[in-house]
Design a protein around this ligand. Structure first.
Ligand SMILES: Cc1ncc(COP(=O)(O)O)c(C=O)c1O
Length: 456
């Protein structure tokens, strides 16, 4: 971006991150846009980190920041937790991967089945994307039906069937109660859009009405109990229950995508909500910072993958059940006792409350959504409860906040999401509130003008 077009926060960022700027210049010569992960790319250029310890990270210029993101929620124990480091180190010395099964995959599978009541059988993948891809294929295999239903604004990774209506063009996406399926990116085949049924989030009547119209062709409904990428928005009471009831009645499978929301309770969000799906997808925290994900559920459904069965659903993958990831995941999960989840939840509640006070005290309209250790800041006066209400929020304010916090030593997601890890105590949380207050003070006048122009 031309220097003269920069905001004050961008100029500050550029002045303090020469090492990142130089690496990005080199990256741009060898990777499109200089990045290999769209979610860590931002303007003017991404931050390049060198190391992390606990809840702190250091960039390539040596600047220390408080990490309030933990690789997009995955690092619930923070960076380089001693138990995870010891487990990975011990495994590296015994070999990294084999053309054979290992005890580690059995132990992590036992741990997950022990934690999540609805998961009777589980299979591992290397990413949440693969986990949702298999869960969807499994739903089609089990029911013999062609279509998949999903909520508008939900995120399930980057395979073709996942990339529909996660961020639709609202001008063409139809009415809120009856969303029209839209491809999220170029290259998504037309049949994928045709075979996707989109239902509204947090609108039980609307969702049930649409599913009834597809009583015979929808194989399953995939939904995050807490929309993650789509704004960290929890399901309201009654929504998941309505999906559970209608899918059971119509012979569809209910799939909870808990790749993010598994961090809200020892048994996942489904334990907090008391709603049991047929299939669950997991990722992020189950790998202890390594690329591990999983899908699992009812034994009867999962048995479609049994290689002993005729016409079983195959699941290859050179690195499935990778010993390093299995060991790291086990080490991380074993630290996560019910009291750890309780404490994380209390800290999340505390932070949501302080942030609400901070914005209200300066006359800034903001909604703080989230559940337990997950939260998201949205600059709007509208109560955020689904994708469309989230889209009412101000993008420029979010960008000022993200860069403003980065410049004040706090790393959050550009979309305004924060995830609390166990090393983040009340001292660190007070630091986050102080940094937010500082950004608000600097930008309050401009932000109020922006919000009154938008009628927020
Ligand atoms: C709910 C949900 N499902 C699936 C995915 C995809 O996981 P991955 O990035 O490991 O492919 C994500 C990633 O953020 C996610 O949040």
């Amino acid at each position: 971006m031309a220097a003269e077009g920069r905001t004050a926060e961008e100029a500050r960022y550029v002045a303090t991150t020469p090492g990142s700027c130089e690496l990005h210049r080199r990256a741009a010569a060898v990777m499109p846009g200089g990045t290999t992960r769209t979610t860590v790319h931002f303007q003017p250029y991404p931050l390049y980190l060198e190391r992390g310890l606990g809840c702190r990270v250091w960039d390539v210029d040596g600047t220390e920041r408080l990490d309030m993101l933990g690789n997009y929620t995955a690092l619930i124990l923070g960076h380089a937790h001693p138990a995870v480091v010891a487990a990975v180190t011990a495994q590296v010395e015994r070999g990294t991967s084999f053309a054979a099964a290992t005890a580690a995959e059995v132990e992590l599978a036992e741990e997950l089945v022990g934690r999540v009541r609805s998961v009777e059988r589980v299979r591992f993948t290397n990413s949440g994307t693969e986990a949702t891809m298999y869960a969807m294929r499994l739903a089609r295999t089990f029911t013999g039906r062609p279509r998949l239903a999903r909520v508008e604004g939900g995120y399930h990774g980057t395979h073709d069937l996942a990339q529909v209506s996660t961020h639709p063009d609202l001008a063409t996406a139809g009415p809120a109660a009856r969303p029209v399926a839209e491809a999220d990116s170029p290259g998504i085949p037309r049949w994928v859009v045709h075979d996707t049924v989109v239902v509204p989030f947090n609108d039980p009547e609307g969702a049930v009405r649409i599913l009834r119209e597809h009583a015979h062709d929808v194989a399953g409904v995939i939904v995050e109990p807490v929309l993650g990428v789509g704004g960290t928005i929890p399901a309201e009471p009654g929504f998941l229950e309505a999906l559970r009831a209608v899918t059971a009645e119509l012979g569809m499978l209910l799939i909870f995508d808990e790749v993010i929301s598994f961090r809200v309770d020892r048994g996942g969000a489904q334990a907090l909500y008391g709603v049991e799906p047929d299939l669950t997808t997991l990722g992020k925290i189950i790998g202890g910072g390594l690329p591990v994900a999983a899908f699992g559920g009812r034994a009867e459904v999962m048995s479609c993958l049994d290689p002993e069965r005729e016409r079983s659903l195959p699941q290859g993958g050179t690195f499935n059940g990778h010993p390093l990831g299995m060991r790291a995941g086990l080490a991380q999960l074993r630290e996560l006792t019910p009291s750890v989840f309780r404490e994380l939840g209390e800290r999340g509640e505390w932070l949501r409350g302080r942030l609400r006070e901070t914005f209200a005290g300066r006359g800034i309209a903001a909604q703080i959504t989230g559940l337990a250790s997950l939260l998201n800041i949205h600059f709007t006066a509208v109560r955020v409860r689904d994708h469309r209400t989230m889209r009412a929020a101000s993008e420029p304010m979010k960008r000022d906040l993200f860069l403003g916090l980065l410049n004040r030593g706090v790393l959050i997601a550009p979309r305004g999401m924060l995830a609390i890890s166990t090393p983040v105590g009340y001292g660190e949380l007070s630091g986050v509130v102080a940094a937010v207050e500082d950004v608000v003070v600097e930008h309050a006048a401009a932000w109020r003008r922006l919000q009154s122009a938008q009628g927020a």
